[in-house]
Design a protein around this ligand. Structure first.
Ligand SMILES: [Zn+2]
Length: 384
């Protein structure tokens, strides 16, 4: 792969397959020197970033120059973080893996649905993941801030998005002076810049001390910064440059562990960002139609509710609707609303996944853009 420098489109399935081939898993090879994958996800890194020569990212450029590069990747729909990451690690779309949100949608009659992220992986992901396969073949796995992975039995070492105060790796890091017990106990309340820093320290620590065959490491600051300040802003560009420095720390950790010649880095992103100047608030249309009722700014009764998801939105009827009257009113409420590209109610791949989770509550699927035009860049490189 090191001499390959062609640009091409790849699917997520190809990525999952490529990682599997790189690790190699035949029994004869079990006595051979270990091989390692470091999968780095830079959340929200756009496909144009490395084309801009005035964006300082020397580590990523050096890895790309020695490795292979794809011009972009096609995100899945819904184009948000957890569905895309789960596609990356399973090779299948949300219609098969079942992760449609940054968590699982919880629904109760008469109230708006809510997204619950803190559920075990087995309640969220319906198919086998790459780390499951690696573990099955007797190799070791690690995750740092990866998503839809809570309590996964096939992860050997972890420092999660919300680390447990008594976690094995967390306690090793406290003993090593990387963070204090108090910082660990209040981790989730700290700013994203510091949490990215500690996740980087955690990944470096795990690589140095435990040498996993597969390390999955995910950084969130760029996503948060672009949500807050927008794409192509000085804040976003500064964060990208800082991400490059954090990738350099991981490359250095691999070097210190003496694993450089046996390690392949895959550097990926899950989606880009687009600036929007106007938002469609379909729940306001439902309120006008009487499908939502609020008191003092708080929703007290819900018969239909819109959950926006990365350029598309999913509409749930949240009360029983045996006669179809609520669905008809929901259709009427959004008819003619400016900016909706398509209303999808037939059995598309996405809607099939939605329906299978809908149980008794009827749904409709609305999309402002059937598929986002944002291209993602996939890069991977061998260090020698
Ligand atoms: Zn994301």
């Amino acid at each position: 792969m090191s001499s390959l420098n062609t640009r091409r489109w790849l699917s997520y399935a190809v990525l999952a397959c490529a990682i599997s081939l790189t690790l190699g898993v035949t029994p004869q090879e079990q006595t051979a020197p270990s091989r390692h994958i470091v999968l780095i996800s830079l959340d929200g890194l756009p496909s144009w970033a490395l084309d801009d020569p005035f964006l300082p990212m020397p580590t990523l450029r050096a890895l790309a120059a020695r490795g292979a590069i794809a011009a972009g990747m096609r995100p899945v729909n819904p184009t948000v973080t957890w569905p895309n990451h789960t596609t990356l690690i399973t090779g299948v779309t949300p219609a098969k893996h079942g992760v449609l949100f940054n968590g699982v949608l919880k629904r109760d009659p008469g109230v708006p649905p809510r997204v619950e992220p803190w559920l075990p992986r087995d309640e969220m992901v319906r198919v086998k993941t790459l780390y499951d396969v690696v573990h099955e073949r007797g190799m070791t796995t690690a995750q740092v801030d990866w998503v839809a992975i809570m309590a996964a039995p096939t992860v050997t070492w972890e420092f999660p998005e919300r680390p447990a105060p008594d976690g094995v790796v967390a306690q090793e890091m406290v003993k090593a002076g990387i963070l204090t017990q108090t910082e660990l106990e209040t981790f989730a309340t700290r700013n994203i810049v510091w949490r990215d820093h500690i996740w980087t320290q955690a990944a470096a620590h795990i690589i140095r001390e435990h040498r996993p065959n597969l390390t999955m490491y995910h950084l969130l600051n760029l996503d948060s910064t672009q949500h807050r300040y927008g794409p192509r802003t000085p804040a976003a560009m500064t964060t990208m440059a800082h991400l490059d420095a954090q990738v350099a720390e991981i490359v250095a950790a691999v070097e210190r562990a003496g694993l450089t010649s046996r390690t392949t880095f895959f550097i990926v992103s899950d989606h880009g960002f687009k600036l929007v100047k106007r938002q469609i608030r379909l729940n306001a249309a439902f309120m006008k139609e009487g499908l939502l009722k609020a008191t003092d700014g708080k929703i007290v009764q819900s018969d239909a509710y819109v959950v926006p998801e990365g350029g598309s939105a999913i509409v749930y009827l949240t009360s029983p609707d045996p006669s179809g009257e609520l669905l008809a009113r929901a259709r009427k409420a959004i008819a003619g609303v400016e900016g909706i590209d398509a209303v999808i109610e037939t059995a598309t791949t996405e809607s099939t996944a939605c329906r299978s989770r809908a149980r008794t509550i009827r749904w409709a699927f609305f999309s402002s853009r059937r598929r986002t035009g944002t291209r993602l860049r996939l890069r991977w490189a061998r260090t020698s």
